[in-house]
Design a protein around this ligand. Sequence first.
Ligand SMILES: C[S@@+](CC[C@H](N)C(=O)[O-])C[C@H]1O[C@@H](n2cnc3c(N)ncnc32)[C@H](O)[C@@H]1O
Length: 297
Amino acid sequence: MGHTIQLADNLDVLRAMPDGAVDLIYIDPPFNTGKMQQRTQLRSVQAESGKHVGFQGKRYQNKALSTRRFNDRFDDYLAFLEPRLIEAQRVLAADGSLYFHVDFREVHYCKVLLDEIFGRASFINEIIWAYDYGGRSRDRWPAKHDNILLYAKNPLDYVFDFEAIERIPYMAPGLVSPEKAARGKVPTDTWWHTIVPTNGAEKTGYPTQKPLGILRRIVQASSRPGGRVLDFFAGSGTTGQAALELGRSFMLVDSNPAALKVMARRFAGVDDLRWVGFNPPAARTRKPRAAKPRVRA
Ligand SMILES: C[S@@+](CC[C@H](N)C(=O)[O-])C[C@H]1O[C@@H](n2cnc3c(N)ncnc32)[C@H](O)[C@@H]1O
């Protein structure tokens, strides 16, 4: 079927897709959409050290109206997501699934929205991706996890290939038989996985890149070989990389040209790949050096 990478607003792309066109969707939407930032409400208050000078030379500074802003931010975010999630549900195959990746601040709002769109019965799992890096807050439990919600289009009939899932070592192998210990166990809904190592080969330089190991596990369990995988907040293209390695075709969409540039490097040389709305830079060739003029003594 071939792969596609497209530079576009994902809502336009989704609206143009036929029903049931893809087998698996993974998305990791950004919380900071431009729209939300525009709606941050500010109030000018007088302050000696204020940046803005007003009437009679008085100085002012802007203060955010925090409580209203909090509500607005979530309203805006959900208003941005809702039409895209409605389309996502429509373009999924009858036995397809959606993985929706967020963090602990947004997950509860998104769960309610997804329940409305897919139906509560279609909620299959909340996966906790736990990692351990960076600073630790001292005024609360340090937050070191993301949340991935799994919805099936039809909760009674969806692809979940238990046998294909890569097994992991038991935490206490001494407590199970040697055969079981050698085979390992299937992961639960809590996934311990490192972030993308800062200097590892996997690193693309895209700031919000997610680890390939997480995406491999998702693609392995929730699609069949040869299936079609969609990520319409593609970023550096991690979903496409996992799909490619596992013999699925991928469709990636992002509205940021910088993401497309990163994907152009990541997927350079991949066969059967079509670019839409973006021309990937041609493979770099060395410019021949201009010959030095010969100086005669
Ligand atoms: C958190 S990043 C995704 C990172 C990705 N999972 C990875 O592993 O690299 C979210 C992406 O959504 C893109 N995006 C935001 N709004 C979009 C829209 N309306 N249409 C398409 N892409 C959008 C951003 O440009 C950004 O690259």
